[in-house]
Design a protein around this ligand. Structure first.
Ligand code: ATP
Ligand code: FE
Ligand code: MG
Length: 350
């Protein structure tokens, strides 16, 4: 089984072909990504109008490239998947309309994929991970701890009440004059900084429900930065190290609480899974590996190139749904807001 996947939720235009392997995992036949980072870099964030236009300009070329690199024609794929949300409406419409058109023309099933579920199912593309597992999804737009019980069957245990983790990294970077996206920059600076020079808060730590709050941490960092301004290279490195250390502590604490909730509500997880762009962070990965070890669980983190947004994760989620018969028709709508809990669940295994 082969699925073409299209991703246009934010600032990556991407297309990929993924096939089902013999062992239940997937095989990535192609994965073409055009990142619009350069287009948005001057604004310190993604500009929706610029993103939508860039998707329109790039999408045809990327799909053609993905099919060519996979050495398949449209006739040879079994389904066409597009991320239908959550995300920026302009991009969603470009990707979903393109997928519908291709599905109609080639007479193939359409799969309208939830972008969050795509991140949630990605570990099953590269590893043999059985349901249920605990997922920490941490990206530029989302920060959630989710019990993944099956395709379309998720319980959100905790979420951020303000900024997403990736967003916090991006805002801190901007504040310190570092480039966008901020995550990799902050991590690089943190490596040579002193995490203890600035005393930064650990918001939400110790709370009984595994939610996050990051805006206060960002504000505390700004206040510390203002105290020592103008910033030297050392100041920037120390601020980054302090920020990252605070984030690591918070993530470790929140994930530990989510594990406890998981055991109470779902049972024993098969693994702890980290997904989304922030999962690329080495210090965060190390903390999660420690925590998983403590709980006698395996930490599964998709390979770095699959942590961010790309077509392969959409194609894979499409494939997981297609093989369960969960397809969509031409009335499928683009949904800027689409919580995981509102997904259509797979029929229970008989
Ligand atoms: P969505 O939230 O819809 O999934 P997104 O494009 O924001 O979309 P990703 O592409 O998964 O999400 O991740 C991008 C985010 O990850 C950015 O905020 C970026 O700063 C952050 N990020 C990337 N690398 C690192 C890193 N090494 N450390 C911390 N954060 C990182
Ligand atoms: Fe994403
Ligand atoms: Mg992105």
């Amino acid at each position: 089984m082969r699925v073409l996947g299209i991703e246009t939720t934010c600032d990556e235009t991407a297309a990929a072909v993924v096939a089902s392997g013999d062992d239940g995992r997937g095989v990535i036949l192609s994965n073409e990504v055009f990142s619009q980072i350069a287009e948005h870099a001057g604004y310190g964030g993604v500009v929706p109008e610029i993103a939508a236009r860039a998707h329109v300009e790039a999408i045809d070329r990327l799909i053609a490239r993905a099919l060519r690199a996979a050495d398949v024609t449209l006739d040879q794929v079994d389904g066409i998947a597009a991320a239908a949300g959550p995300g920026l409406i302009g991009g969603l419409l470009v990707g979903l309309t393109t997928a519908k058109t291709l599905a109609l023309v080639a007479r193939k099933p359409l799969i309208a994929v939830n972008h969050l579920e795509a991140h949630a199912l990605t570990p099953r593309l590269t590893d043999e991970v059985a349901f249920p597992y605990l997922l920490l999804l941490a990206s530029g737009g989302h920060t959630q701890l989710v019990a993944v019980r099956g395709v379309g069957d998720h319980i959100r245990l905790g979420t951020t009440i303000d900024d997403a983790l990736g967003e916090a990294f991006d805002k801190v970077a901007k504040l310190l004059g570092l480039a966008y996206p901020g995550g990799p920059e902050v991590e690089r600076e943190a490596r040579r900084g002193d995490p203890e020079r600035f005393a930064l808060p650990r918001p939400m730590m110790g709370r009984p429900k595994p939610d996050f709050s990051l805006s206060g941490l960002k504000t505390a960092l700004r206040i510390e930065a203002e105290k020592v301004a103008p910033l030297t290279g050392t100041d920037i490195a120390d601020l980054c190290a302090g920020f990252q250390a605070a984030v690591v502590d918070v993530i470790e604490d929140r994930t530990r609480v989510a594990l406890r909730d998981f055991r109470e509500r779902v049972g024993r997880p098969t693994a702890l899974v980290a997904a989304g762009g922030v999962a690329a962070n080495g210090a965060i990965r190390d903390a999660l590996a420690r925590l998983a070890g403590e709980a006698g669980l395996r930490l599964v983190a998709p390979p770095l190139p699959l942590c961010g947004d790309n077509g392969a994760i959409i194609a894979w989620a499409g494939l997981e749904r297609l093989r369960l018969g969960l397809t969509d028709d031409m009335t499928a709508a683009a949904r800027p807001r689409w919580p995981l809990a509102e997904l259509e669940a797979a029929p229970p295994a008989s």
